[in-house]
Write a protein that binds this ligand. Structure first.
Ligand SMILES: Nc1ncnc2c1ncn2[C@@H]1O[C@H](COP(=O)(O)OP(=O)(O)OP(=O)(O)O)[C@@H](O)[C@H]1O
Ligand SMILES: [Mg+2]
Length: 272
């Protein structure tokens, strides 16, 4: 057993369970158990978010410009600059997920720039760049999302899922930006499962994989910006596939427990 003095010269790496000595050498001693890390979607970097109740006061709140399921969005100013927004929501799993995605995707031009994120008494706060309604036709948005933005996002190992016009805005130069990463998922490959807490799992009453999440993303895109009829067709196809998969995994196919018409039909916001 090591003495307290020994422990002060060691730093624990929770991902490997190994101690690293302060002189840089990797210690040979392994912890008996390693902190469990879910394969995808886990907000590991959330540790960086500080509880700091003084930060909100450093932003001068202007008008409220958004009100979603998750929280409120205000335009805010700091040091006379007013091109920021402050999103306030419960500091829950969706918030952690959103912060993780935003951090991970910083530098990609289709994600809002993030200036700060913190928590205070159970609320989560994110300061982002101010964005604008897109001055583009639905067709333009559709084409750019389908051919460029979503493929680039998938290449970065994220799916967005929640495509609808409340979550798509633009910079003044016309760049399309995806907002609201509460339901976004990071993946390893198409067979990866979305995190167990994700609402899609309860909506589809099964463990949803990334391949399915990508299909849902494309159905949402089609329904909101493309061809509503095609979206319904894709929706039907997906339901059929899911039923086949479910019944081949189950001894009693007539009792698969799978909901049909998962996404509604005329809804502008299919999955959520
Ligand atoms: N960076 C931003 N710049 C300008 N407006 C924004 C920005 N972020 C959010 N908004 C506005 O606030 C609204 C709600 O934001 P957001 O979608 O992030 O919140 P939400 O509560 O997760 O929404 P919902 O659950 O309804 O999808 C957006 O639809 C948009 O109108
Ligand atoms: Mg939203």
């Amino acid at each position: 057993m090591s003495s307290p003095i020994d422990d002060e010269t060691k730093i624990l790496n929770p991902n490997t369970g190994r101690y690293v000595l302060k002189n840089g050498k990797i210690g040979s001693k392994l912890m008996s158990s390693i902190t469990p890390v879910e394969p995808i979607g886990t907000p590991t970097k959330f540790m960086r978010i500080a509880e700091d109740c003084l930060l909100e006061g450093t932003y001068d709140k202007q008008e409220r410009i958004g009100f979603g399921e998750a929280g409120t969005v205000h335009k805010v100013c700091k040091l006379g600059k007013c091109d920021y927004v402050l999103k306030e929501q419960n500091a829950d799993q969706q918030f952690k997920n959103e912060v993780e995605a935003l951090y991970d995707l910083q530098g990609w031009k289709h994600t809002p720039k993030v200036y700060a994120a913190w928590t205070c008494h159970g609320k989560g706060y994110i300061v982002q760049e101010l964005l604008y309604k897109c001055n583009l036709s639905a067709r333009d948005i559709y084409t750019q999302l389908k051919n460029k933005v979503l493929p680039e996002l998938w290449d970065r190992s994220w799916v967005f899922i929640d495509i609808h016009d409340g979550n798509i805005m633009c910079r003044k130069d016309g760049t399309i930006v995806l907002l609201d990463y509460g339901w976004a998922c990071k993946f390893i490959n198409d067979a990866s499962l979305i995190p167990s807490y994700h609402e899609l799992n309860s909506r589809l009453r099964r463990d949803v994989d990334i391949a399915t999440a990508k299909k849902i993303e494309l159905i949402n895109l089609e329904s909101n910006y493309g061809d509503e009829e095609l979206a319904k067709e894709m929706d039907k196809e997906l339901n059929k596939d899911l039923r086949i998969k479910k019944s081949s995994n189950s001894s009693n196919s007539s009792n698969s427990g799978l909901k049909t018409n998962l996404f509604g039909s005329a809804s502008k916001k299919l999955a959520f």
